[in-house]
Structures are given as C-alpha cells and as structure tokens.
Design a protein around this ligand. Structure first.
Ligand code: NAP
Length: 238
C-alpha cells in the first residue's frame, strides 16, 4: 500500500492529486494547514483511505509533528507531493514589489518545500520506491521567459511568484542530485493553467486536469526519470 502525503490538499490541485492517488489505491495523507478545512475536504472523499495531517509548510513545529505522526502510524512515506503554494503578488513589477511579498512567497513556495522535504526524508528513505513531486509552473521556465514572445505574453510581470518557482526548480534538481543513488525520484510538475483560488479561477483547465502530471510523477515505476520538469504534454524547458 502506497502512503502519500500531499501538502495543501484541502482544495484546488492538491485536493485533486489526493483524490486521484486515493482512487488509484494509495493511502492518502491529506495535508492541510487548517485541520477543519482538511476534515471538510476529506469528508468529500468517502471512497478512499484518507487521513488529515495538519501541516503548515512555514511551521517547523507542524512539520515535525506531522512527520512524528506518520512515523508512528505508518513507519514510512512513499510519496511526498509538495503542492502547497501561494501567489500573493498580482502583476507586481520588480521595481515596486514589496520585499515582504517576496519574503512571504519564498517562505511558502521555496523554504516550505525544503523544510517539508527534509522533515519527511527519513521516512521517504524507508520506502522501497520514494517519490517526491514539486508543483512548479511553466512560469518558472527561464527558457520560456527569455523568449522575445513568451507564450503567456511578454508583459507578464510576476516577480515573487515566477522567481519562487524558478528557485523551486533549482531545489528540485538539488534533491535529485543528492538522492541520485537512492530509489527516490524527484521531479517538478507543471500542472498547466488551472481554474483555482490561486488565480481567481482564471485558468482554462480544471484542477483535475492539472493534477494528472503530478500523479504520474508520484507513481513513476522504478528506474523512472529524476530531476525532470514535466507537464502533461512532455518535458518543460528549464
Ligand atoms: P489553491 O487552490 O490556492 O490551493 C493552494 C493550497 O495550498 C491550499 O490548500 C492552501 O491552503 C495551501 N497552502 C498555502 N499556504 C500554505 C502553507 N503555508 N502551509 C500549508 N498549505 C498551504 O492553489 P492551486 O492552484 O491548487 O495550486 C496548487 C499548486 O500548484 C501551487 O504550488 C501552485 O503554485 C501550483 N500551480 C498552480 C497553477 C494554476 O494554474 N492553478 C499553475 C501552475 C502551478 P489554505 O486553503 O489553507 O489557504
């Protein structure tokens, strides 16, 4: 039985990743920073084996408590999906971005991923086939950003969010390198532009569509790729 923890799984793409992994037979540890929101979400998944794990990725104490509970209850972790993320800047230009916005964004999207990954790594090392999936974004791609006409329009300025996801891609490669000689595969997923609270429901795909690539990377077979950045349509340029 695969044990899978998904952070920020009380709604949006994370909830759909939880639902799809659970439907595929995994025991789902539905991460939610707010226990009540997590319980409400879990209650809508009556047909899967789901347990709410309170985890705020910016709180070392909550990460440690979550890891201790998983250790005591399951003794290992097979899949970690670092899904929790925020986009609190709205088209802020680099010249005007409040530093607090930048710090808050990195705290969740970058440092939170490192903190949760390091908290869960001892449990993932006990899995015969550990998988780590980081929810990135096409907006992280320096290759695409530096095109004269990037696919999302040349005027999109989103310093905090975009650079945090670029940093997350670098973090993904660092873990893939360190864990190269272990069974743990570490990859970044681009879910595509999905209608969720994160973007005021502007996305043109569903959260369920966006979840699929993360689920694919979370269930890679042994010997599968590590250190890649992928969307549903294939590799995304770094
Ligand atoms: P969403 O609907 O806003 O959900 C975000 C989730 O993250 C919520 O469960 C939220 O919890 C949680 N979260 C935020 N801060 C947290 C913290 N400190 N600790 C724990 N959980 C926290 O967003 P989404 O669109 O599903 O996004 C999920 C991931 O996909 C994010 O990493 C995002 O950057 C990425 N992504 C999304 C899109 C898109 O088009 N939607 C595109 C590319 C990448 P609360 O409910 O408590 O706030």
């Amino acid at each position: 039985m695969t044990i899978a923890l998904i952070t920020g799984a009380n709604k949006g793409i994370g909830f759909e990743i939880a639902r799809q992994l659970g439907t595929g037979g995994a025991t789902v540890l539905l991460g939610s920073r707010d226990a009540a929101r997590g319980k409400a979400a879990a209650a809508t998944l009556p047909d899967i084996d789901v347990h709410v794990v309170q985890v705020d990725v910016t709180s070392g104490a909550s990460i440690a408590a979550a890891a201790a509970w998983i250790d005591a209850t399951h003794g290992r972790l097979d899949v970690l999906v670092n899904n929790a993320g925020i986009a609190v800047d709205r088209e802020y230009r680099p010249s005007t971005v409040p530093l607090d916005t930048l710090r808050a964004t990195y705290e969740t999207n970058v440092f939170g991923v490192v903190a949760v990954t390091n908290g869960m790594l001892p449990l993932l090392r006990r899995s015969p086939a550990g998988r780590i999936v980081n929810l990135s974004s096409a907006l992280a791609s320096l290759t695409m950003s530096s095109q004269p006409e990037p696919p999302w329009g040349r005027d999109l300025l989103h310093l905090a969010y975009m650079s945090s996801k670029t940093a997350l891609n670098a973090v993904t490669l660092q873990y893939a390198a360190e864990l190269r000689d272990t069974p743990i595969l570490v990859n970044a997923a681009d879910p595509g532009y999905c209608a969720t609270d994160l973007n005021d429901w502007q996305g043109f795909q569903s959260a369920a569509d966006g979840a699929r690539i993360a689920v694919e990377l979370a269930t890679l077979p042994a010997g599968g790729p590590s250190g890649t950045f992928r969307s549903a349509t294939g590799p995304v340029p770094w």
